[in-house]
Design a protein around this ligand. Structure first.
Ligand code: HEM
Length: 160
């Protein structure tokens, strides 16, 4: 098993991406901090929920005309994109750092530079993820918190 200190070491390193690219914590009303991953159900339920979210997200991107613009940027076969987003979001929400363990620092902005991303593309991405959360009947508060944090990441991807 990987030592707990690993993600902290990665977070302390200076890098050009905001803190919340790697881990999100949520301040609860009783002042305890829980990660999204814990709030989504932790090891088993959380993993399953994130997997369902990613599958639904890409199914929507693949079929909804409103997302045709960003769908066209992706490869025909979405298998790898599905797997990578699942791995990334698992770590980003505070679960196991599956993406980092396999691919190293996400450098998401750099990895998105080949794709022209403006407000429209950002909004199409957000449309798919919000629609997916609705389809999966996410709790309203959780949906709002996740959407707010993900909007920050999506907006950070803009390169035009
Ligand atoms: C803002 C609009 C966005 C657009 C248009 C976009 C588009 C893309 C495209 C075209 C790819 C390549 C997929 C392929 O190989 O077929 C990609 C990869 C990826 N995207 Fe996005 N993306 C956006 C936002 C985001 C956000 C907000 C996240 C995370 C929360 C994210 C996470 C990823 C990850 C983890 C990969 C895989 C990177 C790799 O290792 O190659 N993307 N994205």
């Amino acid at each position: 098993m990987k030592p707990e200190a690993e993600p902290n070491r990665l977070r302390r390193k200076s890098n050009p991406e905001p803190f919340n690219m790697v881990l999100n914590t949520v301040e609860e009303p009783n002042n305890t901090k829980q990660t999204f991953f814990q709030l989504l159900g932790g090891e088993e339920k959380g993993i399953e929920t994130i997997r369902n979210l990613v599958e639904t997200f890409y199914d929507i991107m693949d079929s909804d005309p409103k997302a045709a613009g960003i769908r066209a940027m992706h490869k025909q076969d979405l298998t790898e994109a599905r797997e990578k987003l699942f791995m990334f979001l698992t770590g980003w929400t505070g679960g196991p750092q599956l993406y980092i363990e396999r691919y190293g620092h996400p450098m998401l902005r750099a990895r998105h530079l080949p794709f022209p991303i403006g407000e429209s593309e950002r909004d199409q991405w957000m449309y798919c993820i919000i629609k997916a959360m609705h389809q999966l009947a996410f709790d309203e508060t959780m949906m709002t918190k996740l959407a707010t944090q993900l909007y920050g990441v999506a907006d950070f991807m803009r390169n035009r």
